[in-house]
Design a protein around this ligand. Structure first.
Ligand code: AMP
Ligand code: TRP
Length: 324
């Protein structure tokens, strides 16, 4: 069997947090050994909310650096900016014309905004179609994502199947890949970690800021002496992501035994996070020292991405009845 094509994207709406890392970046980096991996900075998607040009540009570069620092190998994987292959917006239009409105009305990003009383932009409404275009443009088999993106991959599958029925086998039907233990990383308040809930822990926080955030994790008010339930604590859930199995067993035992306060557990969690990301911090500083390195990686990524995207678009235009 040919090596699978793996593809995923991350929005440059700010710096990545532990949810992004464990939900998508780390699994994505593992996949680069098993197939042809394509990862992109979803700047068109971020433009639904980021309307300050300097921020969009800076965040795009900085998320790319973060991904590289965490181990994305540009020799193995293709790292590119979504907007460097603008054909994706053409494909998004073609797919838009095949998309029933109710399918999008049912999608969570749009529904959440409506529920909050915000008037959603057309971009937010059409967001899953652009995501489908990303996935189908590159003939992707596997899409590593956190659980919140599963619905969007299902929309993509529906659209690919519909197009294939109407126009012949033009698209590869993709599958999501979700690591169960990392499907939803919890934030400081115990809800899903998300930029929009303001409850995130960034991968590359300054030491003092990181400590402050970890110490602010919401807990119940049990006294130090009380035995505590490790399964109910987001401190333990986060510690599992960064600590060794022995360290986790120790923390769970200390929870059950009583006699240790939440403040002490939070200090252990802080140490765990700080140490886990230490090698990545060093690598990031090296990469950031010479902006030409990133420019060259993104230019090469754009070239390799276009080499796949342009033939797809030719095939799709022809099958759908465009051109001579
Ligand atoms: P975004 O920043 O929305 O572009 O998210 C990039 C990736 O991170 C997507 O695959 C998300 O599913 C994943 N992700 C975001 N938040 C979390 C979370 N709290 N837990 C697990 N995965 C997440
Ligand atoms: N919508 C994804 C998110 O918010 C980012 C994304 C855009 C994506 N296009 C994609 C993920 C294609 C996987 C495949 O996290």
């Amino acid at each position: 069997m040919a090596a699978p094509r793996i593809l995923s994207g991350i929005k440059p709406t700010g710096r990545p947090h532990l949810g992004n890392y464990f939900g998508m970046m780390q699994p994505g980096i593992a996949w680069q050994e098993k197939g042809e991996a394509f990862y992109f900075i979803a700047d068109y998607h971020a433009f639904t909310t980021v309307h300050t040009p300097a921020d969009l540009r800076d965040h795009s570069r900085s998320v790319a650096l973060d991904f590289l620092a965490c181990g994305l190998d540009p020799q193995k994987a293709v790292l590119f900016r979504q907007s460097d292959v603008p054909e994706v917006t053409e494909l998004a239009w073609l797919l838009t014309c095949l998309t029933p409105m109710p399918m999008l009305e049912n999608c969570h990003a749009y529904k959440d905004q409506v529920a909050k009383g915000v008037v959603p932009s057309h971009g937010v409404f059409a967001y899953p179609v652009l995501m489908a275009a990303d996935i189908l443009l590159y003939n992707s088999n596997i899409v590593p994502v956190g659980k919140d993106q599963k619905q969007h991959v299902e929309v993509t599958r529906d659209l690919a199947e519909k197009a294939n029925r109407l126009f012949g086998p033009i698209f590869t039907v993709p599958q999501p890949s979700i690591v169960p233990e990392m499907a939803t990383v919890l934030g400081l308040d115990g809800q899903k970690m998300s930029k929009s809930y303001n409850n995130t822990i960034g991968l590359f926080e300054e030491e003092k800021a990181l400590r402050k955030k970890v110490m602010s994790i919401v807990t119940d008010s049990q006294p130090v002496e009380a035995p505590k339930d490790p399964a109910a604590s987001s401190i333990v859930a986060l510690y599992k992501l960064v600590a060794s199995p022995d360290q986790v067993t120790q923390m769970e035992a200390d929870f059950r035994a009583g006699g240790t306060g939440y403040g002490d557990f939070k200090k252990r969690l802080f140490e765990g996070i700080w140490e886990h990301f230490a090698p990545f911090r060093a690598r990031r500083a090296e990469l950031a020292a010479d902006p030409a390195i990133l420019d060259a990686i993104l230019a090469d990524g754009a070239r390799r991405a276009r080499a796949v995207a342009l033939p797809t678009m030719e095939r799709v235009r022809k099958a759908m009845g465009f051109g001579p």
